[in-house]
Design a protein around this ligand. Structure first.
Ligand SMILES: *Cc1c(COP(=O)(O)O)cnc(C)c1O
Length: 421
């Protein structure tokens, strides 16, 4: 199946007389014919659902769909993108471990990595994604266990060179984790460029309608966890009567461990209703993301002609710093997000935003309706000036999330903002 077809049909195939649409199995629990069967479920020797903190049939269908879209062996839904990032790391690391992340990532992920994971004893080193292979190599330590980056950085719109980072990670026998939120699997499938694990905030384009916070982790099944660096995968898990993940689950070792160990213990699994809404978003994702991208490119071209706008950062724009990388990783569109820097810094950015009438000020991105955010006074407020600059954020930066309105109407609205600067 092509990806548009997978968006509609993967994960749920009703049999004779069964509901055409994915049913909402709003149940915490499941019933069994024998105690023996329950025992087999707990031993992980029988397939089936135990309890809706670990799996649920509606969520399971959506997980299978997303795994198919990314080309992975399995997926695990979470209650937020933050929970997906957290579990993607905790599934591999513990106190005393270290990982490397591109500095150009979402502000919330920077906090999680630099502040909260530090309290867990996990240390991160942020690297400039444009650094040479040698400079990135120098950040590796004996206890380095993973490399992390974002396909399209929120909000700076830098394109992550997945192949470069995958090569360096694999040379050091560690996996590459990629946050593919802005690109979605319609525009880029990081596994095709060597990434091992993909995560998403499904809150963004996958949901697309600003109705549901969620996340997902997808496993490519390609990383070799038996290389000696990851004993948690190759030695018996005492919390699962001695199961060895690589032995029992082979290619699905990472995603199975994430579910039966991490999700069991951390408990951030979405409800069936949440998964149902996410599925509705996924069904139309290909149509939406292509139109978001087309509208955004027209708007980026318009903004570039305006002399009150200092910089327009959109990887689909010819002459953009990330145009070449964009052509490689995002040949079918670069999402609906355009980062623009307004001349005059913070104050000018605020004037621009406050004069808009169609575009709404929100703490969100990737909605079907056009919306704007000023990262320096909102999502990235807690970052120091140095961290702001390292994450590619100027105080005058406005993140414009181009919606699916008629593009001429959006441009008329932006003209009002520009006139107010
Ligand atoms: C929003 C976002 C997150 C966090 O996701 P939530 O669903 O808000 O928890 C992570 N990564 C990126 C790129 C995001 O845009």
């Amino acid at each position: 199946m092509n990806i548009e077809t997978k968006c509609l049909h993967s994960g749920y195939t009703p049999k004779n007389g069964e509901p055409r649409a994915l049913p909402i199995y709003q149940s915490t629990t499941y019933t069994y014919d024998s105690t023996e069967h329950v025992g087999a479920l707990f031993d992980l020797t029988a397939a089936g659902h135990m309890y809706s903190r670990i799996s649920n049939p509606t969520v399971d269908a959506v997980e299978q769909k997303i795994a198919a879209l990314e080309g992975g062996v399995g997926a695990l839904c979470t209650t937020s993108g933050q929970a997906a990032s957290l579990i993607s790391i905790l599934n591999i690391m513990g106190a005393g471990d270290h990982f490397i992340s591109a500095a150009t990532i979402y502000g919330g992920t920077i906090n999680l990595f630099a502040v909260t994971l530090k309290k867990f004893g996990i240390e991160v080193t942020f690297v400039d994604p444009e650094a040479s292979k040698e400079e990135i190599q120098a950040a590796f330590k004996d206890n380095t266990k993973a490399v992390f980056g974002e396909t399209i950085a929120n909000p700076a719109m830098c394109v992550f060179d997945i192949e470069k980072f995958a090569t360096i990670a694999h040379k050091n026998n560690v996996p590459l984790i990629v946050d593919n939120t802005f690109a979605t699997p319609i525009l880029c499938r990081p596994f095709e460029f060597g990434a091992d694990i993909v995560i998403h905030s499904t809150t963004k384009y996958m949901d697309g309608h600003a109705i549901q916070v969620g996340g997902v982790i997808v496993d490519s099944g390609n990383f070799d966890w038996t290389n000696g660096k990851f004993p948690e995968f190759t030695e018996p898990d005492s919390s699962y009567h001695g199961i060895i993940y690589t032995k029992s689950f082979g290619k699905a070792a990472y995603i199975t461990k994430a579910r039966v160990q991490m999700m069991r213990d951390l408990g951030c699994y979405p409800s069936a209703t949440a998964a149902f809404y996410l599925n509705l978003g996924l069904e139309t994702l290909p149509l939406r993301i292509k139109q978001h991208s087309a509208n955004a490119l027209k708007i980026a071209e318009f903004l570039q002609t305006q002399d009150k706008i200092e910089v327009v950062n959109y990887p689909g724009l010819k002459g953009n710093t990330y145009y070449e990388l964009g052509q490689k990783y995002l040949p079918n569109g670069a999402s609906g997000v355009v980062a623009l820097t307004i001349k005059g810094g913070r104050e000018a950015a605020v004037r621009f935003m406050d004069a808009l009438t169609l575009s709404s000020i929100v703490v969100h991105v990737a909605d079907i309706r056009t919306c704007v955010l000023h990262p320096a006074s909102a999502t990235h407020r807690q970052l120091s000036d140095e961290q702001l600059v390292a994450a590619g954020i100027n105080p005058g930066l406005v993140r414009l999330s181009v919606g699916l309105e008629n593009v001429d109407d959006i441009i008329e609205d932006l003209k009002k903002g520009i006139a107010a600067i």
